[in-house]
Design a protein around this ligand. Structure first.
Ligand SMILES: [Ca+2]
Ligand SMILES: [Ca+2]
Length: 365
Protein backbone atom coordinates (compact mmCIF):
# COMPACT_ATOMS: atom_id res chain seq x y z
CA UNK A 1 0.00 0.00 0.00
CA UNK A 2 1.61 3.20 -1.03
CA UNK A 3 0.66 6.82 -1.09
CA UNK A 4 1.95 8.95 -3.89
CA UNK A 5 3.62 7.68 -7.03
CA UNK A 6 6.85 5.77 -6.31
CA UNK A 7 9.15 5.69 -9.33
CA UNK A 8 12.39 4.42 -7.75
CA UNK A 9 13.41 1.78 -5.25
CA UNK A 10 16.36 0.70 -3.18
CA UNK A 11 17.08 -2.85 -1.91
CA UNK A 12 19.55 -4.11 0.67
CA UNK A 13 20.48 -7.14 2.77
CA UNK A 14 20.76 -4.95 5.84
CA UNK A 15 18.35 -2.54 7.43
CA UNK A 16 20.83 0.30 6.90
CA UNK A 17 19.79 0.87 3.25
CA UNK A 18 22.77 3.14 2.80
CA UNK A 19 24.81 3.22 -0.38
CA UNK A 20 22.89 0.64 -2.38
CA UNK A 21 21.98 1.96 -5.83
CA UNK A 22 18.67 3.69 -6.32
CA UNK A 23 16.96 2.08 -9.29
CA UNK A 24 14.12 3.29 -11.46
CA UNK A 25 10.90 1.30 -11.35
CA UNK A 26 10.28 0.01 -14.91
CA UNK A 27 7.71 2.00 -16.89
CA UNK A 28 4.22 0.55 -16.84
CA UNK A 29 4.87 -1.69 -13.81
CA UNK A 30 1.57 -0.85 -12.21
CA UNK A 31 1.34 -1.87 -8.58
CA UNK A 32 3.72 -4.86 -8.75
CA UNK A 33 6.90 -5.90 -10.51
CA UNK A 34 9.58 -8.60 -10.15
CA UNK A 35 13.23 -8.06 -9.37
CA UNK A 36 16.11 -10.53 -9.36
CA UNK A 37 17.99 -9.90 -6.17
CA UNK A 38 21.13 -11.61 -4.86
CA UNK A 39 20.99 -12.35 -1.14
CA UNK A 40 24.10 -12.29 1.00
CA UNK A 41 25.65 -15.64 0.18
CA UNK A 42 24.48 -18.19 2.77
CA UNK A 43 27.07 -20.74 3.97
CA UNK A 44 27.14 -23.98 5.90
CA UNK A 45 24.51 -26.65 6.30
CA UNK A 46 22.21 -24.89 8.73
CA UNK A 47 19.05 -23.31 7.46
CA UNK A 48 19.22 -19.54 7.35
CA UNK A 49 16.53 -16.88 7.29
CA UNK A 50 17.93 -13.78 5.61
CA UNK A 51 15.81 -10.61 5.45
CA UNK A 52 15.56 -8.30 2.44
CA UNK A 53 14.95 -4.62 3.09
CA UNK A 54 13.40 -2.24 0.57
CA UNK A 55 12.38 1.35 0.23
CA UNK A 56 10.18 2.93 -2.44
CA UNK A 57 10.89 6.48 -3.43
CA UNK A 58 8.71 9.10 -5.05
CA UNK A 59 11.26 11.43 -6.68
CA UNK A 60 8.92 14.39 -6.74
CA UNK A 61 7.06 13.40 -3.65
CA UNK A 62 7.39 16.52 -1.64
CA UNK A 63 7.41 20.19 -2.58
CA UNK A 64 9.53 22.36 -0.32
CA UNK A 65 8.27 25.78 0.87
CA UNK A 66 10.65 27.17 -1.73
CA UNK A 67 8.68 25.30 -4.41
CA UNK A 68 11.33 22.63 -5.16
CA UNK A 69 10.50 18.94 -5.56
CA UNK A 70 12.23 16.61 -3.05
CA UNK A 71 12.33 12.79 -2.99
CA UNK A 72 9.89 11.21 -0.55
CA UNK A 73 10.95 7.71 0.64
CA UNK A 74 8.60 5.13 2.09
CA UNK A 75 9.14 3.41 5.41
CA UNK A 76 11.55 0.48 5.24
CA UNK A 77 9.73 -2.62 4.03
CA UNK A 78 11.07 -6.07 4.84
CA UNK A 79 10.53 -9.71 4.06
CA UNK A 80 12.24 -12.87 5.31
CA UNK A 81 12.88 -16.13 3.47
CA UNK A 82 14.20 -19.47 4.74
CA UNK A 83 17.06 -21.03 2.80
CA UNK A 84 18.04 -24.68 3.35
CA UNK A 85 21.52 -25.12 1.93
CA UNK A 86 22.39 -28.62 3.12
CA UNK A 87 21.80 -31.48 5.54
CA UNK A 88 22.51 -30.48 9.13
CA UNK A 89 22.73 -33.75 11.00
CA UNK A 90 24.72 -35.74 13.55
CA UNK A 91 25.99 -39.12 12.39
CA UNK A 92 26.79 -42.01 14.73
CA UNK A 93 28.23 -45.33 13.58
CA UNK A 94 29.35 -48.00 16.00
CA UNK A 95 28.45 -49.84 19.20
CA UNK A 96 24.91 -51.31 19.18
CA UNK A 97 25.16 -52.00 22.93
CA UNK A 98 25.47 -48.45 24.28
CA UNK A 99 22.30 -47.22 26.04
CA UNK A 100 21.24 -44.81 23.26
CA UNK A 101 21.42 -47.60 20.65
CA UNK A 102 19.78 -50.08 23.02
CA UNK A 103 16.90 -47.67 23.56
CA UNK A 104 16.33 -47.53 19.80
CA UNK A 105 17.04 -51.14 18.88
CA UNK A 106 15.90 -53.01 21.97
CA UNK A 107 16.28 -56.75 21.66
CA UNK A 108 17.31 -56.55 18.03
CA UNK A 109 20.91 -55.89 19.04
CA UNK A 110 20.91 -58.68 21.60
CA UNK A 111 19.76 -61.15 18.96
CA UNK A 112 22.86 -60.34 16.93
CA UNK A 113 25.20 -60.99 19.87
CA UNK A 114 25.20 -64.73 19.08
CA UNK A 115 24.71 -65.72 22.68
CA UNK A 116 27.53 -63.45 23.78
CA UNK A 117 27.63 -62.39 27.37
CA UNK A 118 28.95 -58.88 27.13
CA UNK A 119 28.08 -55.56 28.69
CA UNK A 120 25.23 -53.35 27.51
CA UNK A 121 27.47 -50.33 27.51
CA UNK A 122 30.87 -49.33 26.22
CA UNK A 123 32.66 -47.01 23.85
CA UNK A 124 30.38 -45.81 21.00
CA UNK A 125 33.11 -46.50 18.41
CA UNK A 126 33.46 -50.24 19.05
CA UNK A 127 31.32 -53.28 18.42
CA UNK A 128 31.72 -56.95 19.35
CA UNK A 129 29.35 -58.23 16.68
CA UNK A 130 29.66 -58.12 12.88
CA UNK A 131 26.90 -55.53 13.04
CA UNK A 132 27.08 -51.83 13.80
CA UNK A 133 24.51 -49.29 14.89
CA UNK A 134 23.98 -46.45 12.41
CA UNK A 135 22.09 -43.34 13.40
CA UNK A 136 21.46 -39.94 11.86
CA UNK A 137 19.75 -37.23 13.90
CA UNK A 138 18.69 -33.81 12.65
CA UNK A 139 20.44 -30.92 14.32
CA UNK A 140 18.61 -27.73 15.21
CA UNK A 141 19.73 -26.12 11.95
CA UNK A 142 17.93 -28.77 9.87
CA UNK A 143 14.64 -27.05 9.06
CA UNK A 144 13.40 -29.42 6.33
CA UNK A 145 13.57 -32.71 8.24
CA UNK A 146 15.38 -35.89 7.26
CA UNK A 147 14.12 -38.03 4.38
CA UNK A 148 16.50 -40.98 4.10
CA UNK A 149 19.87 -42.32 5.17
CA UNK A 150 22.01 -45.21 4.03
CA UNK A 151 25.07 -46.88 5.51
CA UNK A 152 27.36 -48.48 2.90
CA UNK A 153 24.43 -48.18 0.48
CA UNK A 154 22.11 -50.10 2.81
CA UNK A 155 18.99 -48.00 3.30
CA UNK A 156 18.12 -47.58 6.99
CA UNK A 157 14.66 -48.93 7.79
CA UNK A 158 13.67 -46.77 10.76
CA UNK A 159 12.90 -43.32 9.41
CA UNK A 160 11.32 -40.36 11.18
CA UNK A 161 11.58 -36.64 10.59
CA UNK A 162 14.39 -36.07 13.08
CA UNK A 163 16.04 -39.50 13.46
CA UNK A 164 16.95 -42.39 11.17
CA UNK A 165 18.63 -45.54 12.48
CA UNK A 166 19.23 -49.22 11.90
CA UNK A 167 21.38 -52.20 12.81
CA UNK A 168 23.60 -52.79 9.80
CA UNK A 169 25.87 -55.73 8.96
CA UNK A 170 29.55 -55.28 8.18
CA UNK A 171 29.57 -55.87 4.41
CA UNK A 172 32.27 -58.54 4.55
CA UNK A 173 31.98 -62.29 4.89
CA UNK A 174 33.80 -63.46 8.04
CA UNK A 175 35.07 -59.99 8.94
CA UNK A 176 38.29 -59.82 10.93
CA UNK A 177 38.71 -57.59 13.97
CA UNK A 178 39.90 -54.09 13.19
CA UNK A 179 38.73 -50.72 11.84
CA UNK A 180 35.95 -50.39 9.27
CA UNK A 181 35.00 -47.29 7.30
CA UNK A 182 31.33 -46.66 6.64
CA UNK A 183 30.07 -44.32 3.94
CA UNK A 184 26.93 -42.57 5.15
CA UNK A 185 24.55 -40.79 2.80
CA UNK A 186 21.77 -38.59 4.11
CA UNK A 187 19.04 -36.64 2.31
CA UNK A 188 16.68 -34.03 3.68
CA UNK A 189 13.15 -33.47 2.41
CA UNK A 190 14.22 -30.73 -0.03
CA UNK A 191 16.73 -33.07 -1.69
CA UNK A 192 19.91 -31.76 -0.15
CA UNK A 193 22.46 -34.58 0.17
CA UNK A 194 25.27 -35.20 2.59
CA UNK A 195 27.94 -37.87 2.22
CA UNK A 196 30.26 -38.56 5.12
CA UNK A 197 32.54 -41.31 6.34
CA UNK A 198 32.83 -42.70 9.83
CA UNK A 199 35.15 -45.32 11.28
CA UNK A 200 34.32 -47.92 13.92
CA UNK A 201 36.23 -50.94 15.25
CA UNK A 202 35.24 -54.56 15.43
CA UNK A 203 36.74 -56.01 18.62
CA UNK A 204 35.78 -59.52 19.70
CA UNK A 205 38.82 -60.15 21.90
CA UNK A 206 38.00 -60.34 25.59
CA UNK A 207 40.18 -58.19 27.85
CA UNK A 208 42.52 -60.24 29.98
CA UNK A 209 42.35 -59.59 33.71
CA UNK A 210 44.99 -61.42 35.71
CA UNK A 211 44.19 -61.57 39.42
CA UNK A 212 47.46 -60.93 41.27
CA UNK A 213 48.26 -61.28 44.96
CA UNK A 214 48.78 -57.51 44.94
CA UNK A 215 45.47 -56.72 43.18
CA UNK A 216 43.17 -55.07 45.70
CA UNK A 217 39.67 -53.62 45.77
CA UNK A 218 39.04 -51.23 48.66
CA UNK A 219 35.60 -49.95 49.63
CA UNK A 220 35.55 -46.27 50.59
CA UNK A 221 32.99 -44.05 52.29
CA UNK A 222 32.17 -40.46 51.31
CA UNK A 223 35.25 -39.26 53.22
CA UNK A 224 37.35 -41.68 51.12
CA UNK A 225 38.15 -43.75 54.21
CA UNK A 226 38.37 -47.55 53.80
CA UNK A 227 35.33 -49.21 55.40
CA UNK A 228 34.22 -52.74 56.21
CA UNK A 229 30.67 -51.74 57.13
CA UNK A 230 28.32 -49.09 55.80
CA UNK A 231 25.08 -47.39 56.78
CA UNK A 232 24.60 -45.87 53.33
CA UNK A 233 23.93 -47.71 50.08
CA UNK A 234 26.41 -45.51 48.25
CA UNK A 235 30.09 -46.40 48.45
CA UNK A 236 33.16 -45.85 46.26
CA UNK A 237 35.58 -48.51 45.03
CA UNK A 238 39.35 -48.12 44.76
CA UNK A 239 41.16 -50.60 42.50
CA UNK A 240 44.90 -51.05 42.85
CA UNK A 241 47.49 -53.07 40.92
CA UNK A 242 45.03 -54.42 38.38
CA UNK A 243 46.69 -56.37 35.56
CA UNK A 244 44.58 -55.70 32.45
CA UNK A 245 45.50 -56.09 28.79
CA UNK A 246 43.28 -56.09 25.73
CA UNK A 247 43.53 -56.61 21.99
CA UNK A 248 41.49 -54.18 19.93
CA UNK A 249 40.23 -51.47 22.26
CA UNK A 250 43.30 -51.88 24.46
CA UNK A 251 45.69 -51.56 21.50
CA UNK A 252 44.19 -48.20 20.59
CA UNK A 253 43.92 -47.01 24.23
CA UNK A 254 47.21 -48.04 25.84
CA UNK A 255 46.84 -45.62 28.77
CA UNK A 256 43.51 -47.18 29.71
CA UNK A 257 43.09 -50.52 27.91
CA UNK A 258 39.70 -51.07 29.55
CA UNK A 259 36.49 -49.07 29.21
CA UNK A 260 35.29 -49.90 32.67
CA UNK A 261 34.45 -52.67 35.07
CA UNK A 262 31.65 -55.19 35.32
CA UNK A 263 30.57 -55.27 38.95
CA UNK A 264 28.10 -57.50 40.78
CA UNK A 265 26.93 -57.61 44.41
CA UNK A 266 26.30 -60.99 45.98
CA UNK A 267 24.72 -62.00 49.28
CA UNK A 268 26.71 -65.25 49.09
CA UNK A 269 30.44 -65.61 49.10
CA UNK A 270 31.57 -67.25 45.87
CA UNK A 271 34.92 -68.55 44.70
CA UNK A 272 36.27 -66.34 41.90
CA UNK A 273 36.70 -69.55 39.88
CA UNK A 274 33.03 -70.53 40.26
CA UNK A 275 32.03 -69.33 36.81
CA UNK A 276 28.63 -71.01 36.99
CA UNK A 277 27.49 -69.18 40.14
CA UNK A 278 29.19 -65.93 39.12
CA UNK A 279 27.26 -65.99 35.84
CA UNK A 280 23.99 -65.89 37.81
CA UNK A 281 24.79 -62.52 39.42
CA UNK A 282 23.34 -59.29 38.06
CA UNK A 283 26.38 -57.55 36.56
CA UNK A 284 26.44 -53.80 35.96
CA UNK A 285 28.67 -52.11 33.37
CA UNK A 286 30.37 -49.12 34.97
CA UNK A 287 32.64 -46.75 33.07
CA UNK A 288 35.93 -45.84 34.73
CA UNK A 289 36.73 -42.15 34.47
CA UNK A 290 40.11 -41.85 32.71
CA UNK A 291 41.12 -39.02 35.08
CA UNK A 292 41.25 -41.53 37.95
CA UNK A 293 43.57 -43.98 36.15
CA UNK A 294 47.27 -44.21 36.99
CA UNK A 295 49.73 -46.82 35.84
CA UNK A 296 52.74 -48.21 37.62
CA UNK A 297 54.89 -51.20 36.63
CA UNK A 298 52.34 -52.06 33.94
CA UNK A 299 49.52 -52.34 36.51
CA UNK A 300 46.54 -50.00 36.74
CA UNK A 301 45.07 -48.11 39.68
CA UNK A 302 41.66 -46.47 39.29
CA UNK A 303 38.49 -45.52 41.09
CA UNK A 304 34.77 -46.10 40.68
CA UNK A 305 32.66 -43.45 42.39
CA UNK A 306 29.05 -44.10 43.42
CA UNK A 307 28.54 -47.81 43.57
CA UNK A 308 25.35 -49.01 45.30
CA UNK A 309 25.66 -52.02 47.59
CA UNK A 310 22.08 -52.81 46.53
CA UNK A 311 22.69 -52.69 42.76
CA UNK A 312 21.35 -55.81 41.10
CA UNK A 313 20.04 -57.32 44.36
CA UNK A 314 16.37 -58.06 44.86
CA UNK A 315 16.57 -59.18 48.51
CA UNK A 316 16.94 -55.80 50.19
CA UNK A 317 14.15 -55.55 52.78
CA UNK A 318 16.05 -57.34 55.55
CA UNK A 319 19.48 -56.26 54.38
CA UNK A 320 20.52 -54.68 57.72
CA UNK A 321 23.22 -56.69 59.49
CA UNK A 322 24.02 -58.75 56.41
CA UNK A 323 27.54 -59.28 55.10
CA UNK A 324 27.79 -58.95 51.32
CA UNK A 325 30.40 -59.56 48.66
CA UNK A 326 31.26 -58.00 45.32
CA UNK A 327 32.93 -59.32 42.21
CA UNK A 328 34.64 -57.45 39.39
CA UNK A 329 35.59 -58.15 35.79
CA UNK A 330 37.22 -55.86 33.21
CA UNK A 331 35.24 -54.54 30.18
CA UNK A 332 36.74 -53.29 26.93
CA UNK A 333 35.14 -50.63 24.71
CA UNK A 334 33.09 -53.17 22.77
CA UNK A 335 31.63 -54.57 25.99
CA UNK A 336 33.66 -57.79 25.97
CA UNK A 337 34.22 -58.89 29.56
CA UNK A 338 37.23 -60.65 31.03
CA UNK A 339 36.95 -64.34 31.79
CA UNK A 340 38.75 -63.87 35.10
CA UNK A 341 37.13 -62.27 38.14
CA UNK A 342 38.59 -60.32 41.06
CA UNK A 343 36.79 -60.43 44.40
CA UNK A 344 36.27 -57.36 46.57
CA UNK A 345 36.37 -57.36 50.37
CA UNK A 346 33.27 -58.31 52.36
CA UNK A 347 31.11 -55.42 53.50
CA UNK A 348 28.63 -55.53 56.37
CA UNK A 349 25.46 -53.49 56.05
CA UNK A 350 24.64 -51.79 59.34
CA UNK A 351 21.27 -52.42 60.96
CA UNK A 352 20.09 -48.88 60.23
CA UNK A 353 20.95 -48.93 56.51
CA UNK A 354 18.10 -47.27 54.65
CA UNK A 355 16.44 -49.41 51.98
CA UNK A 356 14.91 -46.27 50.52
CA UNK A 357 18.34 -44.99 49.64
CA UNK A 358 18.49 -47.59 46.89
CA UNK A 359 19.36 -46.08 43.59
CA UNK A 360 20.65 -47.33 40.30
CA UNK A 361 24.37 -47.05 39.72
CA UNK A 362 25.24 -43.98 37.77
CA UNK A 363 27.26 -44.46 34.63
CA UNK A 364 29.17 -41.33 33.75
CA UNK A 365 30.45 -40.71 30.27
CA1 LIG B 1 18.37 -29.20 5.25
CA1 LIG C 1 39.13 -56.27 23.09
Amino acid sequence: MTNGQPNEYQLANTAALGTEPIIAIPEGSGTSFNINWLLDQPFGEECQTPTVYARLIDTDGRITPEGNAEPLPSDILRDTITIDMGVDANIVVGNPFVPSAQAALGNVAQLQDFGGDGATNGDPNYTRTPFFYGEVTARQGECSNLASASFNNIEAANVSARKIYDLVPIPVLNPSDGPYTVTVQVSDSVDNDLTAQRVFYLDRAQPVLTPLVTSTVTILNDQDQPISSTNTARVHLLFENMAITDQGYGDTNPDKPFWGVWVANSIQQLAITDTEQLALLDWQAMEIDASTVTRSNGLYNFRLSDWSVFAGLTDIVNAGGRTQYMYVKAIDGAGNVSFATVGGPPITLSNDIKPFSIYLPRSVR
